[in-house]
Design a protein around this ligand. Structure first.
Ligand code: ASP
Length: 437
């Protein structure tokens, strides 16, 4: 029988009625044997996530202030879930343990993890599944990076002993045994690790949207849902600002070639988005998978006649950024010109030093900067008509009177990055989307 790992996000587990939907989804398919749960998220737009309440408790305790009212709120939310689900669960004893921790040291990571810990125990009790505490099987190194090998081994061993289990998301432990969390949204990563460890056939990531949208809905009205996207395309779009999944969640699934399906707990009949290693053959519906962008970028452009003849010019220029500890986003080279794209917030405070060093050490014929730029990336590994799609997009952008500052074609059939002035960002996105939809 096939195995599916299901991960449910905070809004999917925000209250008892959501938990009931989750249970129905799990019970509907016997392949759904392993579940990963987040802490209760927002029930309505200005609600506060349990994880945020836990962080507040920790900061209040750290500064010797009264954390009791916040802890009470947390207890109330869990108690409501327990009562409405009608399960036996001694919440008071658990809250007492948390209180003791708060009184003896705030331990931010431990506190933040308690939302996942409690919610997963509650879900496991409701489903009659085993509960797996990742403190014993997800391992971080001393510097906070994941120890992937040990994690894979321990997770696989633990889960092989259990036919059905709920694993708490978001945390594991450091070598000294203390709790350590991933960065925010990290339960997605736990889901990827569990899927890899059990050799799952599918990793379903259940959230509150019916998949990844092909463009930012704040700019484009009703963008289509992406049906298939490759790991590589997703990585590029996420880097440029599209968010549907923690970026580190893709790695373990990609390593093991497990497809990830983004699904909507509130619309379980929607097929969602499939994240795969390569697009299914014959799927020529769209040449372009999606478009995303980022504002707040700057470009430094150096020109030097014969620069392209000297092998080391680009390396020397990039070395200046390295020496000054300023990371760059992209480097574009032309004949005798080199442009380096940098985040404006990192560039602005270092601008004078960077330009001075370039002038002194590389004596360029000309040195320009362009600030307040936006970069828009379009990805699509969808078919042979990529260059036609590319031309259509550029024509559409130029028809709308947008001046393109930089163009960069990355690896892949279609992975185009266009730089425009920040004020033209929305206009460009709309022009591109018009051309690709
Ligand atoms: N509860 C954590 C957060 O709010 C982790 C997660 O939901 O994935 O970031």
């Amino acid at each position: 029988m096939s195995t599916t790992v299901v991960k449910f996000g905070g809004t999917s587990l925000a209250d008892a009625s959501q938990m009931k939907k989750v249970a129905a989804i799990i019970e509907q398919d016997p392949a759904r044997k392993y579940a990963v749960a987040s802490a209760p998220g927002k029930r309505f737009p200005d609600d506060i996530k349990i994880t945020d309440l836990l962080y507040s408790c920790s900061s209040l305790a750290e500064s010797d202030q009264n954390f009791e009212p916040v802890l009470k709120k947390i207890e109330r939310r869990f108690q409501d879930i327990i009562d409405e689900l009608g399960i036996a669960f001694d919440l008071k004893a658990e809250i007492d343990v948390i209180r003791d921790h708060l009184l003896t040291g705030a331990e931010k990571h431990y506190m933040a993890s308690r939302g996942e810990y409690l919610n997963s125990r509650i879900l496991a009790a409701y489903l009659n599944f085993d509960f797996v505490d990742p403190v014993y099987c997800i391992h971080f190194n001393e510097d906070g990076t994941l120890n992937s090998e040990k994690t894979r081994e321990d997770l696989a061993r633990t889960l092989s002993r259990s036919g059905h289990a709920v694993v708490a998301g978001f945390y594991g432990s450091l070598p000294d045994g203390s709790v350590h969390t991933f960065s925010r949204g990290g339960s997605d990563v736990t889901g990827g690790l569990v899927a890899e460890a059990v050799g799952a056939d599918l990793y379903e990531n259940w959230t509150d949207v019916s998949g990844l949208l092909a463009a930012d809905p704040r700019v484009i009205e009703n963008p289509r849902v992406v049906d298939f996207i490759t790991y590589r395309e997703l990585r590029i779009l996420s880097y440029m600002g599209a968010s549907v999944l923690h970026t580190d969640a893709v790695l373990p699934a990609c390593r093991a070639g497990i497809p990830i399906n983004i699904r909507n707990t509130n619309a379980p009949e929607d097929p969602g988005t499939m994240i795969v290693s390569s697009l299914p053959a014959g799927r020529a519906q769209y040449n372009v998978t999606g478009v995303a962008g980022r504002k707040g970028l700057s470009v430094v452009q150096a020109e030097k006649v014969m620069a392209s003849d000297g092998a080391g010019y680009t390396a020397l220029l990039l070395d200046i950024f390295k020496q000054l500890h300023v990371p760059f986003e992209q480097c574009l080279t032309g004949i005798d010109t080199i442009s380096v794209v940098i985040r404006s917030d990192l560039f602005a405070p270092m601008k004078d030093r960077i330009l001075r060093k370039i002038r002194d050490e590389l004596t360029p014929d000309a040195l320009f900067t362009k600030e307040d730029l936006a970069m828009i990336t379009v990805v699509g590994e969808g078919g042979p008509e990529s260059s036609a799609a590319l031309v259509r997009m550029l024509r559409s952008v130029s028809d709308d009177g947008v001046e393109i500052s930089t163009i960069n074609q990355g690896a892949g059939d279609l992975n185009l990055i266009i730089g425009v002035r920040e004020e033209d960002y929305e206009k460009t996105l709309k022009a591109i989307y018009r051309a690709i939809d």
